[in-house]
Design a binder for this molecule. Structure first.
Ligand code: ZN
Length: 281
């Protein structure tokens, strides 16, 4: 043997081995045949198919059984599903490829700080001696770049809201954080899909009847009502499951929580992004 393997000790950390996996660092017992191409490919395939399985096992409950994943995570049932943060990263990517291009949360820096923003940008362009149109367009690019990370701020902010509202429940902050991550992951996936579906259905209805029902949810303020109702419906079920609320308490709380969530996600996040770009660029 070439000294890389040992029957009794982990090749990664040196701990004594008792089974297929190291009890200290978790690495699988190493044998040189793992380096053969056939083994490498079959391991790769197994890893992908288990990831696939985990994705499908996770998406169903996330969309159709709100709160189920959160409850599972909080009671220690964790390996079965995709980890909350990975789930969020996946759907954040999906949202900015799909929903954002449909116009959802697609903001411009020129109105992110009300009517003041554009004037401030033009003034700064003048101070720096840059063509205002070029300067605003550059700032717009940075703004849109930063916006892809906005949920890294929105998610903990929403967890703070839950922590404050449910303080009497004496839960750990991280429990609310997991709720917040799962909820936003569901939101990022559900919103574009449901909205797209609803608009298609209304489009067909309009084509048949000659109505203009698409306008009901296709623009402000209808779309805001649609989104808040969708969020509230999700929260009612999730809050009941995770925090064991009754129907009446969960319904009242879900409306409050959905409005606060919409508030954080749009005006607060938008203005915060403006100031971040303003002070860093
Ligand atoms: Zn080890």
């Amino acid at each position: 043997m070439d000294g890389r393997t040992s029957d009794t000790n982990c090749t990664n950390c040196g701990s004594l081995l008792s089974g297929r996996f190291c009890p200290e660092c978790g690495q699988k017992r190493f044998t040189p045949d793992q380096l053969s191409l056939a083994r490498f490919l079959s391991d790769l395939l197994r890893e992908f198919s288990s990831l696939d399985g985990r994705i499908f096992r996770t998406i169903g409950p996330l969309l159709l059984k709100p709160g189920t994943l959160t409850l599972a995570y909080l009671s220690g049932e964790q390996r079965k599903y995709i980890r909350p943060v990975s789930l969020f990263l996946l759907f954040n990517l999906f949202f900015f490829l799909a929903g954002y291009r449909m116009g959802l949360l697609n903001w411009s820096i020129t109105y992110a700080n009300g009517s003041e923003g554009l004037r401030m940008l033009e003034q700064r362009a003048a101070e720096r001696g840059i063509d205002p149109a070029v300067f605003v367009s550059n700032m717009e690019t940075i703004f849109k770049e930063y916006q892809r990370s906005m949920f890294f701020g929105v998610i903990p902010a929403f967890a703070v809201v839950l922590y404050s509202l449910l303080f009497f429940r004496r839960r750990y902050f991280v429990e609310h954080l997991i709720y917040s991550i799962h909820y936003h992951a569901a939101y990022l996936l559900l919103l574009p899909v449901v909205l797209f579906g609803a608009l298609k259905v209304l489009g067909v209805i309009d084509a048949v009847t000659g109505w203009r029902s698409v306008n009901l949810i296709g623009r402000d303020p209808g779309i805001v009502v649609f989104v808040v109702v969708l969020m509230a419906a999700y929260h009612v079920i999730a809050l009941r499951k995770v925090y064991h609320f009754g129907w009446i308490a969960a319904s009242a709380l879900s409306i409050l929580v959905s409005l606060l969530s919409a508030f954080l996600m749009v005006p607060v996040a938008r203005e915060a992004l403006f100031w971040i770009v303003w002070y860093t660029s």
